[in-house]
Write a protein that binds this ligand. Structure first.
Ligand code: UDP
Ligand code: MG
Length: 317
């Protein structure tokens, strides 16, 4: 079997100071392995990432790039890469531009794929992160996996390699609310997991993932995967309905026995506020789904490309 062409897809947002170093570090591996190219995606960077891309393209013939019209987010950037590679029928390796994903590990992923694996994941340990963040990650992964009913593995992110057939499956998924971690899990268990330590020589840079961003990402994960929250509010509604019915019977019995007595202020206030908030939460959950239906129904493209490197065989110019 001829070696499958592999493409290393690297989404970049304001990575001008870092991307050059990564490409230079990838060079020896790419030249030794053969049949490997790099696709850089400029996700609307505010710095001169695009100029760096153009220079890299001049220097290395195996560097290709796409540049978006604005920042569409990492999911969109990865999708652009997957679409681009699917058109060419190659395998995809996704990695970050900021140096957190070591080139040596990328090489191991490619070698594992060439040895026959169709889905190989690089799993990092989280020893470099604060205890609070590690705990939070563990809880979030546990809860999400339970709700979504797909197995999300802590430490396994987008740094992975998929052979051409799986790339085609991902490219064919029409959804706009993309939650890649869930989509990978949907594909099935990886054939191989390669563990690595995150590099410790990186200048400290705050992750772009604030707690708020993580929270909304989790909601995306849940709502884009199944309708369990809807069932949950239905169950909550049924339970509170049943409880209030029982309570009504108690009140009726009391009224039967003692006649109507006026006190009941607390019960009334409690019932109004509790049920009121329950209804708002339920509406909110339904709203999350309606919002997603809206996004899917609009069917807008996930990204817009302003510029691409030219001269690749078969590439639309
Ligand atoms: N990224 C992107 N678009 C964005 C945000 C990030 O393409 O809107 C890229 C970024 O350049 C990097 C990768 O996604 O290559 C991971 O981003 P970051 O390092 O901020 O995330 P973390 O490592 O904290 O998961
Ligand atoms: Mg990073």
């Amino acid at each position: 079997m001829p070696t499958e062409q592999a493409f290393i897809v690297i989404p970049c947002f304001d990575e001008a100071p870092r991307i050059g170093r990564l490409v230079r570090e990838l060079q020896p591996h790419i030249e030794e392995l053969g049949d490997v190219e790099v696709l850089l995606i400029n996700d609307g960077s505010g710095d001169n990432t695009l100029e760096v891309f153009r220079e890299l393209r001049q220097t290395y013939s195996w560097v290709n790039y796409l540049s978006f019209t604005r920042n569409f987010g990492k999911e969109a950037a990865m999708l652009a890469g997957i679409d681009w590679v699917a058109e060419r029928g190659g395998a995809v390796l996704i990695m970050d531009a900021d140096g957190q994903h070591p080139p040596v590990v990328a090489r191991q992923l490619i070698e594992a794929t060439r040895a026959g694996a169709s889905h190989v994941v690089a799993e990092r340990n989280r020893l470099d992160e604060s205890l609070r963040r590690r705990l939070l990650a563990r809880v979030a992964y546990g809860v999400l996996s339970k709700i979504m009913q797909v197995s999300l593995m802590n430490g396994q992110g987008d740094f992975r390699m998929l052979e051409a057939e799986l790339v085609a499956v991902l490219a064919a998924m029409p959804e706009r609310n993309r939650f890649s971690k869930g989509l990978y899990a949907w594909l099935g268990d990886p054939d191989e997991v390669i563990t690595f330590d995150p590099p410790d020589d990186l200048p400290v840079r705050k992750s772009r993932w604030s707690l708020r961003a993580l929270f909304s990402y989790s909601i995306d994960g849940v709502t884009s995967f199944n309708d369990r929250p809807l069932r949950f509010i239905l169950l909550t509604g049924l339970t509170t309905g049943f409880l209030s019915f029982c309570y009504m019977l108690v009140l009726l019995a009391a009224a039967w026995r003692d006649g109507i007595t006026v006190p009941g202020y607390l019960t009334t206030v409690f019932a109004v506020t509790f049920l009121g908030s329950l209804q708002l939460v339920s509406l909110g959950v339904i709203g999350e789904y309606v919002g997603r239906i809206l996004v899917e129904a609009k069917d807008r493209p996930m990204y817009l490309i302003r510029e691409r490197s030219s001269g690749q065989p078969g590439s639309p110019q």
